[in-house]
Design a protein around this ligand. Structure first.
Ligand code: SAH
Length: 518
């Protein structure tokens, strides 16, 4: 069935979708899974499914945690079946989001049987199972020409020495290929020992990978003989997979994820909501774990009157200057709402304060006529001063912010300033973040403007404020921002050399690389 989720949601009422969430990295969800999450009325999720995936569900969707881990909210398997059936019977589209693949050690088969017995229609959407996802992210191919022509997925849930073990351990010891053991943390020592007793060479390469595909991924490599000891020494914690076989040796050549420059760094990003997703993505691409903490949320201005007036006489301006991607977005939105389109821009020239703003224009197939080399109001003013003396300039901007541009241009051009959107401060930081900062359990905080620095300061507890600049380092986007941070009593560890987000990411990468002594 080729679905067009969103359009056909009425035909999907009362259906349960068993969706594989992948092993951890939210990027490993299938497109089908993402589409279904976006239309679901109810999401019943496992502890191992990435919490970030829940953001893909509608704001109004009912979210139910089914647990699957000690200490987390846990529903019994029977109760999970009841919940799925009850919601489906009420006519809701239910996504049952399960870690990895629903049918690999996931009890998806049981859930589907219970649904069939209850007469509830269901669909099964596969996911990247932990063995496959983790193998890729730790650089151990489950199969490899010459080394391994077969792979077995094994549960390590039961004690291999117990009478009731349903696994044929002698056969597994003889298995001509790679063994990948799920749920093997508790019985790790017994599993390795049993394989050796049953005849697998003690020197067989073996690895245990914890929290695979996640920023916390950790890989311990040894042999069947010494891996249990190494794992105890390193403080092994679930979820983890045991991989046994000659292919483990290939990791030396194939590991890539753990070698990303910002791998393992926990970075708090305080950027405005509108820029967060894109900013987070560029850090994550470098291997960092991003903790989103928007200090500023953007909204349309309450009174669009002045903006509407200005749009009505756009042809009377020579230059239209944007100082942020949000400016571009809200300006064009307003055009749209007024029943106009990009042709309203006519022959007005466009200036963007920096490459990100220029990109926002480019996304609309608009080419900026002017982008200064350095992303600062001063640089834009200087560049405009050279080209726009005596011109009529329209500054489309937030309702507050620095007035450098107007101040510097006013004496040589006819400057009109119009607010196109509003920056409202966030009322609070995400739950638990203040504690994490106070205890130094994050590595970096990024600051991208003076206003953001001040807002962060206001939102933090005194304990957390004291940890900033000391236990938790600050990365600042520009000298102006750094100065504000210092005025707040905070030391700045890294300052971007190029005053853009990408410049800041580059400087963080350089710092991390230098610290690794590479
Ligand atoms: N249905 C899931 C497996 C659930 S059983 C799937 O297809 O992946 C849970 C076990 O999966 C854990 O005990 C662990 O062995 C493994 N696992 C799940 N996520 C993991 C991860 N991110 N890193 C390492 N192992 C993981």
């Amino acid at each position: 069935m080729v679905g067009e989720p969103g359009s056909g949601s009425t035909t999907r009422e009362g259906t349960v979708y068993l969706v594989g969430a992948g092993p951890g990295d939210p990027g490993l969800l299938t497109r089908r899974g993402a589409d279904l999450l976006a239309i679901a009325d109810v999401v019943v999720y496992d502890h191992l499914a990435s919490p970030r995936l829940l953001d893909l569900a509608r704001t109004g969707a009912i979210r139910i945690c089914a647990g699957k881990s000690v200490g987390h909210c846990t529903l019994s398997q029977d109760r999970i079946h009841e919940v799925l059936i009850e919601h489906a019977r009420s006519g809701r589209a239910v996504v049952r989001l399960k870690g990895g693949d629903p049918l690999v050690f996931g009890r998806g088969g049981e859930e589907a049987s219970a649904l069939r017995a209850a007469g509830i229609p269901f669909e099964i959407v596969p996911g990247v199972t932990a063995a496959v996802g983790v193998a890729a992210y730790c650089g151990i191919p489950p199969t490899h020409r010459e080394t391994a022509s077969a792979v077995a997925f094994v549960t390590g849930h039961g004690d291999p020495r117990s009478e009731s073990s349903r696994l044929d351990w002698p056969a597994l010891a003889r298995f001509p290929g790679t063994l990948i053991v799920y749920m093997g943390v508790t019985h790790l020592a017994a599993i390795c020992e049993t394989l050796i007793t049953e005849g697998k060479p003690a020197g067989t390469p073996a690895a245990i990978v914890e929290s695979g595909t996640l920023p916390a991924q950790r890989t311990t490599v040894g042999t069947l003989a010494n891996l249990p000891r190494l794992a105890v020494e390193s403080g092994l914690r679930p979820p983890a997979l045991l991989i046994v076989g000659e292919v483990v040796a290939l990791r030396d050549r194939l590991a890539w994820f753990e070698r990303l420059p910002l791998f393992g760094r926990r970075i708090v990003v305080t950027r405005p909501e509108a820029e967060l997703a894109r900013s987070a993505a560029s850090l994550e691409a470098m291997g960092a774990e991003v903790i989103a903490a928007p200090t500023v949320v953007v909204r349309p201005i309450p009174d669009p009157g002045p903006l509407d007036d200005t749009i009505g006489r756009l042809e009377s301006f020579d230059w239209l200057v944007f100082t942020s991607p949000s400016g571009v977005r809200f300006f064009v939105d307003r055009l749209d709402r007024l029943g106009r389109d990009l042709r309203a821009l006519g022959r007005v020239r466009l200036a963007a304060i920096g490459p990100t703003t220029a990109d926002a224009l480019a996304a609309l197939h608009l080419r900026a006529d002017l982008v200064p080399d350095s992303f600062r109001s001063e640089a834009l003013a200087a560049a405009l001063a050279g080209r726009a003396a005596g011109a009529r300039i329209l500054l489309a901007r937030a309702d507050r912010g620095r007035t450098v541009l107007r101040d510097e241009l006013e004496h040589l051009a006819d400057v009109t300033q119009v607010p196109v959107y509003q920056n409202a401060y966030a009322e609070a930081l995400p739950d638990g973040l203040d504690d994490r900062i106070a205890s130094g359990s994050v590595d970096w905080i990024t600051l991208t403007s003076s206003a953001i620095a001040r807002r962060l300061h206001a939102l933090l507890s005194e304990r957390a404020r004291q940890a900033v600049g000391t236990r938790v380092r600050l990365a600042s986007l520009s000298p102006v921002t750094s100065e504000t941070a210092r005025a707040l009593g905070w030391e700045v560890a890294v300052e971007a050399r190029e005053f853009t987000w990408d410049g800041l990411v580059r400087s963080l990468v350089e710092q991390a690389t230098a610290e690794r002594g590479e």
